[in-house]
Structures are given as C-alpha cells and as structure tokens.
Design a protein around this ligand. Sequence first.
Ligand SMILES: *Cc1c(COP(=O)(O)O)cnc(C)c1O
Length: 416
Amino acid sequence: MQDLLALDGVDLASVAAREGTPLHLYSATAIRQRIDGLQSALQGVDATICYAVKANGNHAILQLMAKSGVGADIVSAGELRRALRAGIAPSKIVFSGVGKREDEIAQALEAGIARFNVESRAELDLLQRLAHARGVVAHAAVRINPDVDAGTHAKISTGKSENKFGVAVAEARQWFTAQAQWPAVRLDGLHMHIGSQILELEPIRRALQRLARFWRELALAGHAIASIDVGGGLGVRYRQGERAIDAADYVAAIRDALAGFDGRIVLEPGRYLVAEAGLLLARVLHAKQGSERTFLVVDAAMNDLLRPSLYDAWHDIVRVGDDNGRTTTTYDVVGPVCETGDTFAVARGLPRCEAGDLLAILATGAYGASMASTYNSRPLAAEVLVEHGRYAVVRRRQTLDEMLAGEQAATHWETA
Ligand SMILES: *Cc1c(COP(=O)(O)O)cnc(C)c1O
C-alpha cells in the first residue's frame, strides 16, 4: 500500500500529536466529491438526496450536507434535532424506522417534515391519530419489503421477507385500498431499503423492478404516487480490490426501472457519502508476542469503531509514515477492551511496528463515531473535519467528568 502521510492536506502525525488519539478524521473535500458525483448523475431527475444521518450525524457533517442541498433520512427524534440544528430544511427530511415512538412522530409533525416512511399498520393508525389531533395531513410512504437478498452481511440485510423491515406488497395494497380510513394521512409514496454495503447492482435492480411493478399497479388503480424512495445501501470500498457501484450506473438503474414515473425520487445514501472520507488514527501501545500470534495493541478499540466486532467487517489498516526498509510482519491488531472481539484485524501484514507508531484504520467515516460507546469507561474520541490543509475539531474529546455526568448515588428513593 502507498505511504500514507496526510488526509486532505493535513499531516496525520501532526494532527495526532496535537489532538491525541484515538481520533476520527473526515475529509470535507472527499464528502463533497461524493455528493457532487451523485448530484451530477441525477441531473435532469426530480430527485432529493436524503442523507441517512445514522451513518455519521456529526453537526459539521450535517452542515456540509445542508450547504450542498442534501436533506436527511432520520430514524429518531435525536436525529431530527441534529438535522434541524444543522440547517436542513424540514421539507427535505424523511423519517424511517420500524419503531417510531408517539413523541417522536409528534415532534416530526410539528417540525413539518416531508414524509414518514411507514412500516406497519399500527404506525399508520398512530400517524393518523397524531396528525388529526394537530389538524394536519401527514405525507406517508409505505416501506415495501421486496423480499430480495441484497447479497450483503446478514446483519445489514433488510429487504428479505424474514427481516423486521417494511411490509409485503399484499399488505401495502390493502392500505392503499382502505386509504379513506386514514384521512389525516396522505398515502402517496412508496419506499424501500434492502440493505447496506451493497456492491452489486443486480439485487438493487430486482428490488426496483418489484417496486416499479407495484407502482404501475397502483397507478392503474387510480392511486396517485407522488414519491418513490429507493432507500440507501450503496456500498463502498473497504479493501483494496473492492469496487463500489458507480453513481452513474446506479442512477441509470433507477431511471430504467422507474421510467415514466413523474413524481419525486428520493435517495437515502449514508455510507456512500461519508465512509471513504474518514479514517481513525490510533497509536500503537505495544507489540505483544503471544504463543501463537503477534498482537499489535493500539489505543483505539471496539467502542470507537464497532464494525469489525459487530459484522466481522474488514478495514484496511496502514502505518502512517515512511515504510522504507521495514519488513512486513503479520499482526492481529487489537484494542485494549476486555473482549476477544475487540479486534480490528487478524493476521494482517503490516510494516514492522513499535510502541508510539501511528496507524490509520481506513474508511471509517460511516458507522464509526456514530456507533461509538463508552464501553470499558473509555470516553468518546475526538472528531476533526479536514479540508485543504486545515482542520477543525468538530467534536471535542469527551472528558471523564462528561462521561460520568448523569450518574449519581442512590440517595433519592421513590416508590412507583
Ligand atoms: C441505514 C439506512 C439507510 C442508509 O444505509 P447506507 O447503507 O448507509 O446507505 C437508508 N435508509 C434507511 C431506511 C436506513 O435504515
């Protein structure tokens, strides 16, 4: 692998020395390139990109989205707050998720978001009740479960009939037929999201075709469909040799499947926009020679980046600096957390490393910091946005006091 010294013009060794490790970095330029690429591919299409906030909801990232005209796909009241605070217009916010709480729906109605992606009859009833009580009409899309295998990891597959997400076409058909039951809900959209980290167009095509077939059926039956939301899921390159789907090919597949549709197309990319723009810097604490393996113990852990533990996900790892003359050594790269699963890489070839060396774990911009926890009482890492040789801290490193705030002795006993 090529020597890695800088990200978006910022020297990695210097920023690590100044801000400490573990440290999440995101390149604003790389994120903008992804947005621009997708927006260019969508030229001439009536489309809204609603960035999936859960991929990385950092305020500065969301501001960058807002400034580029990108909306938000939210899954909680917390994400609604984040999107609004970053200046994303409510008219560009869609609300997804299988378990929206009453107070969350109420907040979204009060904010006047564009659309609810409804996943169950109970949710439809609740939306009716809450919209009616406020004297408003909520726009809703039915999330269809197209029953296709996205060909991705089981834990990030969402479009098979056994998954908890969406409803079968037969059920959705009933909702459209019985629409008058929900006068405070305008059911005029279709939605799907079949999974994440999809690297082949084929499952996407198949799902789009099923969605399109249903749209045509509804249109023939006289139901006006104003919006078709094709979800997210576009995969990214996590390891050398992997190839992400080209934005132009993806958009061509959408245009092809939805030819003749004259409403709005919504896209909900998360990972695609931010994953490859990010990296996680970690410092080597020491190399530990086990009886069978050599462990490289670093100061980042599964609480900073959960994907390897949760999904057996691969992230390329490089030693920051000049590798000249270093022999390649095989390491298990592990964090300090008391779990065997706290492992970033197994039997990975790296230039020989020693204590104090800096490693970059690549493509961590999505589902990195946003999935972080304080497990093992490790404060949340700092995050920085870098751009053209400068960087800004966009999340301070959490202090121990901040981490402990909210906990207290059991002095106020109540009965319930
Ligand atoms: C998670 C999610 C997305 C984004 O998925 P990516 O794989 O990050 O693109 C989009 N839509 C819905 C409904 C989701 O749950």
